[in-house]
Write a protein that binds this ligand. Sequence first.
Ligand SMILES: [Zn+2]
Length: 331
Amino acid sequence: MTFHSAPLIARLDLDTLPAGRHAFRFEALATGLGQSWQLPVLVYRGTRPGPRVMITAGVHGDELNGVLAAQQLGRELDAEQLSGTVVLVPGLNPSGMQARHRDFMPGDPDCSSSNFNRLFPGRVDGNSAERYLHKVWTDLLEHNADFALDLHTQTRGARYPLFAFADFSNPEALAMARALGPDCLQDDPGEAGVLETVWNEHEVPCITIEVGGGSIAELLTVNRAVAGIHRVLAHLGVTESRPCEPGCEAVSVPVEGNTTTTVRAETGGMALPAVALGQMVEQGELVAIQYDAFGAEARRYTAPVAGWVLSLNDDPMREPGTLLVRLLHTK
Ligand SMILES: [Zn+2]
């Protein structure tokens, strides 16, 4: 079935679906063209009872490794083997994807672009971004999940490893994050409007999974994310545990922290990291050098605290305030 031949739906109710694989287009919001934003939705409804797991990707439109991971997972799932149901929404923000931007791009000339991941669960009488999320939340997500995973990457121009945010005070979310087996975990109490936080507030344990860098295909990291999601599904009893490809095993002791410190550019120019992702650095250690328009050294940056290198810039051109290095550590 092609995307355009998939049934167009205004609401998804898992309870009404028979066992098997189902593909839909979910109509999120009309556009000013009188057409609509349509989201791909895949449902894998098992023959045996079990939990419903909702997996979203592309909430930020330029975070494509999350989209690739959700799509690959869909190619690997077999509804007949499942106890419970897996729902995939592999591109929640097509307007941002189309514009190669993290935000929702409204057609309303009176609105700026919006970060969807601060606006959940939307608002029925809000602006177009809020109405879009209200529709997605109330007619696609809210009533169809017992557990949730939201796939992201670092913002375009920078990189993360395979990294999970979880609220460690939520034991089921923490157990999912550990089952994933990522390189690192951050204890994250949540923030208003973030999809993960809204799920947790609705008693649906959720983690946010960061799959490498934005707008750059990192196939090993995508494979590791997919293998990790299979481990989460096995942990939840939806699938049997299965062997994974070499290099995709769970990290036995992920680095854990409860806070991050970001070193940001203080001037403009090309900046190059002096450390590698996953490296431990001491306080005061050199982490980046920035060069002026002539290529002369303009500024050196050192670590304000000891920590584990969680993120680096891939895009060398940095203006003041832009991320150079992010360190994960414990307060
Ligand atoms: Zn994101």
